[in-house]
Ligand binder design. Structure first.
Ligand SMILES: Cc1cc2nc3c(=O)[nH]c(=O)nc-3n(C[C@H](O)[C@H](O)[C@H](O)COP(=O)(O)OP(=O)(O)OC[C@H]3O[C@@H](n4cnc5c(N)ncnc54)[C@H](O)[C@@H]3O)c2cc1C
Length: 530
C-alpha cells in the first residue's frame, strides 16, 4: 500500500528542506525524498579524506535569508556564521596586493594604494548599491506577480512600478542598468584601477558562462552583495562545520516539527491523475502519495525526467527546454599541509594571516578574465583560469586535522563540453595548470598539497544532479528572473500540474544558498486548497 503524506518534497537541497520545515511547522505530515546518501544538495560538508570535512560544492554564505534563520531557530539547531574580515585578497604579478572589506577604512586605504580617486569613489559606489538593494532585496521574499495573470497580479505589478518610481530617475535608471546591463561598463564608469575592477568583477561572473562585458552580469554582481552575515549587509562568512551545517540545521528544524527525511530514495516518476499530482514512485518501485508535491530538483529534471511530457502544455515544455544550463566552473578541493605563503604578503607563525581569511582571487586584470572567457567560448578550459580560493580552516580549525588546511578553488572558465577532447582527459591537466598558477604567487603551494578532488561540470551534474553542471539550476539572465523564472507565467511556484510545485533554485529568486525559493514555495503551497 502506498504511504500517504500531506506533502512530499523531492530532493533534500537546502531549499527543499526549508519547504519541508515550514510545511511541517504548519502542521502538515511531510516526507522528503533525497536521491543521494546525504542531504543538502549543493550545500554540503563531506569527509572527503579522513579528518577533512570539506564543503565540496558551495563554500561561503551570506545569502541565507535572515527570516529563515529566525523562523526556524537555526542557531539552536547548530547554525553559526564565521564572518570573514578581510573578505578578499588579490595578489598581483608585480607583488602588490589588494585586501578588501568589510572594514571600510582598511578597504579605502588598500584601494588608495592603486588609485586615490577610486578610494574616494568606493563608498559612493557602495551607497549606490545599497539604494538599489533597498528596492530589490524585498523582491527576493515575494512571489513574483504574473504579468499574464488576473487583476490581482496586475495590481501587484502596479505596486512594484510605484515603488520603482519612488526610487527616482537617477537611482531608477541605475537599478535598470544593474538588472539588465554588463558589469564592465558600470565598473569602468566608477573606477580607474584595473586591479580593483578585476577583483570586483569576479563576483559578476561567478558561476555564469559570461564575461564582465556580457549583459546580465551586473545583476550577478549585485546578487552577491544582497546578503548579510549576522546582520552586516554584504558580508560573506564561513559556516562553522562547513556549509553542510546549514542543511543539517534546517533538517533538524524540519524533523523537530515532524518531517520525515529519507536518503538513498531517488524519485523515478511523479504520479498524476486527471492533470493533478497525486504521489511519487521511487526507482525501487516504492510509492508514496500526497496531494502536494514540491520538487527541489531543477526544471529540466522535474519536467523532462520525472513527468510524462504529454501531461504538460507544449508551450510550457518548450520554454523549459530553452533554459540555459551552460556552466563555466570547476571545483577543486585541496588538502594542504600549510597555508599558501604569498610572495607579496608573507606570514610568520602558523602561517595564517589576514590574506587567508577571505577569498584569495587569482585574477590580475580585466583582460585576464576576458581571455579566460574567450577560451571557454571556443570549447577550451581556460589556459589561464581565474581562481577563487578560500581556506575556511583559517577561521574554523575543526574542519581539518591539527595544522592542516583545506583550500577550496572555484575555477572559471571551463565549459561542460570540450572541443576535441573530454574532461576525463583534461581534468588533471587542468587542475595541474590551476595549481601551477597559484604556485607562482605562493611558491610553497605545490609542495604543500596532500590530496585533491577535481570536479568538472559533468561530474557536478552526476554528483549533485544539476543539469549541465549549472550551479544556479539554470542561468540567472534577465529572461529567467523574477516573473520569468523558471518559465513565463509560472513563477508563482505552481506548475501546469495542479498540486505540483517547484521549491528550489530553479524558481525565483534563483541560485545561491538563500532558502528564499523554499520559503516562498511553502507559503504558496499553504494557500492552496487541494
Ligand atoms: C560548486 C558550487 C559552488 C557554489 N558556491 C556557492 C557559494 O559559495 N555560496 C552560495 O550561496 N551558493 C553557491 N552555489 C550555489 C548554491 O549551492 C545552489 O544554488 C543551491 O545550493 C541550490 O539549492 P537547492 O536546494 O535549490 O537545490 P540543490 O542543492 O540543487 O538540491 C537539489 C536536490 O534534489 C536532489 N534530487 C534531484 N533529483 C532527484 C530525484 N529524482 N529524487 C530525489 N532527489 C533528487 C539532488 O540530489 C539535490 O540534493 C554553489 C554551487 C555549486 C555547485
Amino acid at each position: 500500500m502506498p504511504q500517504p503524506y500531506d506533502a512530499i518534497i523531492i530532493g533534500a537541497g537546502h531549499n527543499g528542506l526549508v519547504t519541508a520545515a515550514y510545511l511541517a511547522r504548519a502542521g502538515l505530515k511531510v516526507l522528503v525524498l533525497e536521491r543521494r546518501e546525504l542531504i543538502g544538495g549543493c550545500c554540503i560538508t563531506e569527509e572527503t579524506w579522513p579528518g577533512y570535512r570539506v564543503s565540496t560544492a558551495a563554500y561561503v554564505n551570506s545569502l541565507l535569508r535572515p527570516e529563515i534563520i529566525r523562523d526556524l531557530e537555526l542557531k539552536s539547531h547548530g547554525f553559526q556564521m564565521l564572518p570573514r574580515s578581510p573578505s578578499s585578497f588579490t595578489p598581483f604579478p608585480d607583488d602588490r596586493y589588494l585586501l578588501m572589506g568589510p572594514d571600510k577604512n582598511l578597504t579605502q586605504r588598500e584601494i588608495a594604494k592603486f588609485s586615490i580617486k577610486d578610494a574616494e569613489n568606493y563608498p559612493k559606489y557602495e551607497a549606490m548599491l545599497t539604494r538599489v538593494a533597498d528596492f530589490l532585496e524585498p523582491l527576493l521574499d515575494m512571489t513574483p506577480p504574473n504579468p499574464w495573470g488576473g487583476m490581482r497580479d496586475l495590481w501587484r505589478l502596479g505596486q512594484l512600478a510605484w515603488k520603482f518610481r519612488k526610487l527616482g530617475r537617477v537611482v531608477g535608471s541605475e537599478a535598470i542598468e544593474i538588472m539588465t546591463g554588463a558589469a564592465r561598463p558600470i565598473l569602468d564608469r566608477w573606477f580607474e584601477s584595473d586591479q580593483l575592477k578585476a577583483t570586483i568583477a569576479t563576483d559578476a561572473v561567478i558561476g555564469a558562462f559570461a564575461s564582465p562585458s556580457t549583459p546580465g552580469t551586473a545583476y550577478v554582481l549585485f546578487h552577491h552583495v544582497m546578503g548579510e552575515c549576522d546582520g552586516a549587509r554584504g558580508v560573506w562568512g564561513y559556516v562553522r562545520g562547513g556549509m553542510g551545517m546549514i542543511s543539517e540545521s534546517i533538517a533538524s528544524a524540519a524533523k523537530k516539527h515532524g518531517a520525515v527525511i529519507r536518503t538513498n530514495s531517488p524519485v523515478a516518476r511523479i504520479l498524476t491523475r486527471s492533470g493533478r499530482a497525486v504521489g511519487v514512485v521511487l526507482a525501487d518501485g516504492t510509492e508514496f502519495t500526497a496531494p502536494r508535491i514540491a520538487s527541489c530538483a531543477d526544471a529540466n529534471i522535474t519536467f523532462t525526467k520525472l513527468i510524462n511530457e504529454s501531461d504538460l502544455p507544449g508551450d510550457f515544455l518548450a520554454d523549459v527546454k530553452r533554459i540555459d544550463y551552460s556552466s563555466a566552473t570547476v571545483k577543486i578541493n585541496v588538502a594542504v599541509s600549510e597555508p599558501p605563503r604569498f610572495k607579496c604578503l608573507p606570514t610568520a607563525g602558523n602561517g595564517i594571516g589576514p590574506q587567508h581569511h577571505g577569498t584569495m582571487h587569482i585574477c590580475p586584470s580585466m583582460e585576464y578574465i576576458e581571455r579566460a572567457y574567450d577560451d571557454a567560448r571556443q570549447g577550451r578550459a581556460a589556459t589561464h583560469p581565474m581562481l577563487e580560493c578560500t581556506m575556511a580552516t583559517a577561521l574554523d580549525s575543526s574542519l581539518a586535522p591539527p595544522g592542516k588546511h583545506i583550500i577550496s578553488m572555484f575555477v572559471q572558465y571551463a565549459p561542460y563540453t570540450l572541443t576535441g577532447t573530454t574532461w576525463d582527459v583534461e581534468k588533471d591537466r587542468f587542475a595541474d595548470r590551476c595549481f601551477a598558477i597559484l604556485n607562482e604567487y605562493a611558491p610553497n603551494f605545490l609542495a604543500s598539497v596532500i590530496d585533491r578532488q577535481v570536479i568538472p561540470p559533468p561530474e557536478m551534474e552526476r554528483l549533485w544532479g544539476i543539469t549541465g553542471g549549472n550551479i544556479m539550476q539554470g542561468s540567472m539572465h534577465l529572461n529567467r528572473m523574477f516573473s520569468l523564472r523558471p518559465a513565463a507565467g509560472f513563477a508563482g511556484y505552481r506548475t501546469p500540474i495542479r498540486g505540483l510545485y517547484l521549491c528550489g533554485a530553479a524558481a525565483h529568486p534563483g541560485g545561491g544558498v538563500m532558502g528564499a525559493a523554499g520559503r516562498n514555495a511553502a507559503r504558496e503551497m499553504l494557500k492552496d486548497r487541494l
